[in-house]
Design a protein around this ligand. Structure first.
Ligand code: ZN
Length: 313
C-alpha cells in the first residue's frame, strides 16, 4: 500500500525555535529533504513577520531552494492577505495551506478570528490561490481536542469539512495541534469523515499529529486503518504551537517512516537519506531533538557481534 509522507519541520518546527535559523540553513535542509522521496515539504509561511519572526524570510527561502520534480512545496497562509503575499512572491509555492481551528477559542488565539470570519474569507482565498496557479488546502487545527475547550464535537468537525469542500479546497488536513488524540478516536472520527465525504484522491485527506502524549505513531496506524494515506511529520521531531500551552513536537518523520517501512508499507522515502538529514537538525537548532531512530539507527541497522562471539575470540 502506497502512503504519502509530508514534512513540516522547517515551518512548524523552526517557528518554535528561540533563535532565528539562518535562511541559508533552511534552504540547505529543504534541499536535503527534497532528495529523500517525501511527497510534500512545508517550507515557510506567509504570516505577519511581527507575529512570527522566524518566517520573515519566506520569499528568500522560496527563491533559494532547488525544486525536485514531484515534490510539492507548501507554504502556510493564515488569511487572504497571506495568499496575496504568496501570489506576489517571485517564486511561488505549489500549494498553500490555510488554517482554521475547530475550537473557536483556539482560532482566536492562533489567528485572531472568529469561525465566521475565517470561513467568510475562504472562497476568496481559494480563488486568489487558483488564479495564481497554486493549490489551496485547509488544515483544521484542534480537530481531536482543544487545550482550552476539551474535546471538539464530531458534528463541528464534519461541518468544517463540508464548508471546506463547498469552498473548493484542494485538500483537507485534520490536525491534532496539541497531541490530544488517541487511536480509537482517530479511527472513528476519520472513518466518519471519509464515509460522509469520500474522495478518490489519496492525498486529499492528511492527518497531522503531535506526539505530546506519546500516542502519535499509534494514531498514524489508526488513521491508516480508517483509510487515510497521507501523513505529516517533522524531521527530528521538531515542532509545537506558539499559541497552545505545553504543545510539544510533531511526530518524527523518520520514526514514522521506519515504522511504516518495517510494517511493509511503501512510503517512497529513502530512510537512510532522511536519517542523515535528521542527524543535522540538533546542530542547526542547538539542542537535542526528540526523534528516536536518528539516535538508535533503523530497526534493521545491525550491530557488530560482541567480541566474545567473534571467530577466534
Ligand atoms: Zn502542528
Amino acid at each position: 500500500m502506497r502512503l504519502h509522507i509530508n514534512d513540516v519541520a522547517v515551518r512548524d518546527g523552526f517557528q518554535m525555535e528561540k533563535s532565528f535559523v539562518p535562511t541559508a540553513t533552511k534552504i540547505s535542509l529543504i534541499d536535503e529533504l527534497s532528495r529523500t522521496g517525501l511527497a510534500r515539504i512545508e517550507v515557510t509561511s506567509f504570516v505577519s513577520a511581527k507575529a512570527v519572526p522566524a518566517m520573515a524570510d519566506a520569499n528568500e527561502v522560496l527563491a533559494g531552494i532547488t525544486r525536485v520534480p514531484g515534490v510539492v512545496y507548501v507554504a502556510l497562509v493564515p488569511n487572504l492577505r497571506g495568499v496575496q503575499n504568496a501570489a506576489a512572491a517571485a517564486k511561488r509555492p505549489d500549494e498553500l495551506n490555510g488554517v482554521v481551528s475547530a475550537s473557536e477559542t483556539h482560532n482566536r488565539a492562533n489567528i485572531n478570528r472568529t469561525h465566521e470570519q475565517s470561513l467568510a474569507e475562504l472562497p476568496a482565498m481559494v480563488r486568489a490561490a487558483h488564479e495564481a496557479g497554486m493549490r489551496l488546502t485547509m488544515s483544521l487545527s484542534t480537530t481531536f481536542g482543544c487545550p482550552f475547550e476539551g474535546r471538539v464535537e464530531e458534528a463541528v468537525v464534519l461541518r468544517f469539512v463540508e464548508a471546506f469542500r463547498a469552498a473548493g479546497v484542494d485538500g483537507i488536513s485534520l490536525a491534532d495541534t496539541t497531541g490530544m488524540a488517541n487511536p480509537r478516536q482517530v479511527e472513528e472520527l476519520t472513518a466518519h469523515v471519509l464515509d460522509r465525504f469520500p474522495t478518490k484522491d489519496d492525498t486529499y485527506y492528511t492527518l497531522h499529529f503531535h506526539n505530546t502524549r506519546g500516542m502519535g505513531l499509534a494514531n498514524v496506524i489508526a488513521g491508516i486503518e480508517a483509510g487515510v494515506r497521507s501523513f505529516d511529520g517533522s524531521v527530528a521531531g521538531l515542532g509545537g504551537c506558539p499559541f497552545a500551552p505545553g504543545a510539544t513536537g510533531n511526530i518524527c518523520t523518520e520514526d514514522m517512516v521506519n515504522m511504516l517501512a518495517d510494517m511493509g508499507y511503501d512510503t517512497g522515502v529513502d530512510l537512510d537519506r532522511l536519517i542523515a538529514a535528521a542527524r543535522r537538525v540538533p546542530g542547526i537548532v542547538g539542542h537535542d531533538t526528540p526523534g528516536q531512530v536518528a539516535k538508535s539507527g533503523k530497526s534493521l541497522a545491525l550491530h557488530p557481534l560482541p567480541a566474545s562471539l567473534q571467530a577466534g575470540a
